[in-house]
Write a protein that binds this ligand. Sequence first.
Ligand code: GLA
Length: 729
Amino acid sequence: MSSMPMAQDGVAAAGRGWPTRVRLAAAGAAVVLSLPPDRLPTVLHWGADPGPLDDAALAELEHAARPPLATNGVDEPAPVALLPEPWTGWTGSPGLEGHRSGRDWSPRFTPVDVVVDRRDAGGTVTVTADDAETALRLVLETELLASGLLRLRAHLTNRGSTPYAVDALRLALPVPTSADELLDLAGRWAKERVPQRRDFTVGTHLREGRHGRTGADAATLLVAGRPGFDFGHGEVWGMHVAFSGNHHVAAERTFGGERLLLGGELLLPGEIELDPGETYSSPRLYAGHGDGLDGLAARFHGHLRARPGHPRSPRPVVMNVWEAVYFDHDLDRLKELADHAADVGVERFVLDDGWFGSRRDDTAGLGDWHVSEEMWGAGRLKELVEHVKGLGMEFGLWFEPEMVNLDSELARAHPEWLLQVPGRLPVEARHQQVLDLTHPGAFDHVLTSVLAVVEDLGVDFVKWDHNRDLVDAGSTRTGRAGVHAQTLAAYALLDRVRAARPALEIESCSSGGARVDLEILERTDRVWASDCIDAHERQEIQRWTAQLLPPELVGSHVGAERAHTTGRRLDLSFRAATALFGHLGIEWDLAEAGEHERAELRAWVEYYQQVRDLLHTGTTVRRHLEGGDLWLHGAVRPDRSEALYCVTVLERHVTWPPGRVLLPGLDPARTYRVEAAGPGATSQRDPRVYPAWWQHGLRLTGATLGSVGVQVPALDPDRSALIHVEEDR
Ligand code: GLA
């Protein structure tokens, strides 16, 4: 790693001390920045690594990028900057919108310092730029991570003597004109992360999140790519805004042919007013390039897995009792459930909502984080915890620290601690309001009471929920809109809890999967992908959650035969095979399940324990066989010595059987043993369903498996089959 501090504040005008252009490269991806002396940096190239380029080649690359004066625009056209500036003639979305009482609304930043920090893979370019007229300083950080993922962030400082209002700050990355199709995700409660596609037409495809949380409908990733791109093929470029508050991401195409991905925080009116000397920092934007959506996902997975805090211990099998008992807490019943859980191999038992204050249903008690006397008094909750731990399981507990029911001791004592606008409280959602964590008293109250319970009961795992949108979220402390400050305060609260209890694991839940982003994952260990555990729906939800997150971060539970959220009835083998490709859990009243079902479930738990290392370190592959409406997903060991694939049929198809399916990700040069896998594989004999090879396996090269393929079972809808592949040494 070499560090090249290039210039000090203010010396730039005398003679620039930094390179004119920089190429950063990592894992086959590269970004080439132009660093002009008189304007903000521009991206000359972001995508596949063109290989080493000397100064002359970089200059030629920049020269080659200059367009003709074709569109009646300004006389000196310039590529759009990382923070697009209107003074350059740019007429798309501006990077900064702000003003000083109506003045200083169109800054022109000039770099005063550039620091290039190269690493063996990737590196960082930090550009500091000032505008003396508007008295603003901008610091732009561009980092290419070892995974090949780009991470961008901006910091804006008010260096004037009067307040400066920031209305919007967006960072932009260009994509080539070949990126002619867009894909992003939509969704709703219990049906999160549904893909939608469209042409990349002129104008702006804008996805705004105004929920005060990441949102069940969050774009998650906005992807532009070569038309027809799919999981395995087609160059793609995608952007993720890592923020759990209001945010936006857009794909913008101008009449001049520029195509940009832009993102940032979505600021409410007057929300950010910088006093003299104050700095606003944007959320981090993550952007990746890849071959196919799997290639893009691999960048995100690689980045997440490289973090020092990434969960590396075997992901324990979870029993969450929510859909088994809901609010009906009873010590004997829960002890019996714990017995069944331990018996099938569960390693972490989680008591969900309903254990605290006056919480008998969702109308009361939120905010009162002390053990309910009525339900769990006289040490009964401790008795449950001891019972659970005595069975060799960890104990987990549900909290919703940012929320409060009006019918609670907390709301009665501190009505001023609720987010609100003058004269009225926000409309209720799930009978609850939001606690303004920017009040030091509110923050301390929650921190102290959550930690006291965790400490007292010996809680190993917290399911941290957040069950409503932030509506009219003003602070009584400032009188201003408060989503930005609340989001940062929630991060600070999580940071404090983790600092106090480093071994505690935390799950990010928000009415299911409404808080799934990379910033919440800096302080949590898994997400609850959805309140819908119907395996048919979960196949899709998990497939698309995987666009951002590797499976070990995605909670996926085996539910009851009849799904509570949809009423659909599904076989245990399908429910279990679906939950297998995540952080496996069970959310089902096992006392109601028969002995036969519990035995089958036990076999699946054992199988998960056997393959979780492969699943949780492997490269995610996904394919859709259009001709048969058959889905394939799997995990391939990074050294390509082993893989586990799952084929799934969700709908009946007009032609049948599905035909040969390619098994992607293997080494073409090696020979593999291919076998039917998972509990029950040996009894899969029906020749109308299972292909000839299913009983005794195959021995084929990776080249054959990847380019010729194998017949797969002609499954009925809502069934899966597992295929295990191991190198034959
Ligand atoms: C939310 C969560 C559920 C459950 C309930 C409890 O809806 O998503 O999993 O914890 O709250 O009230």
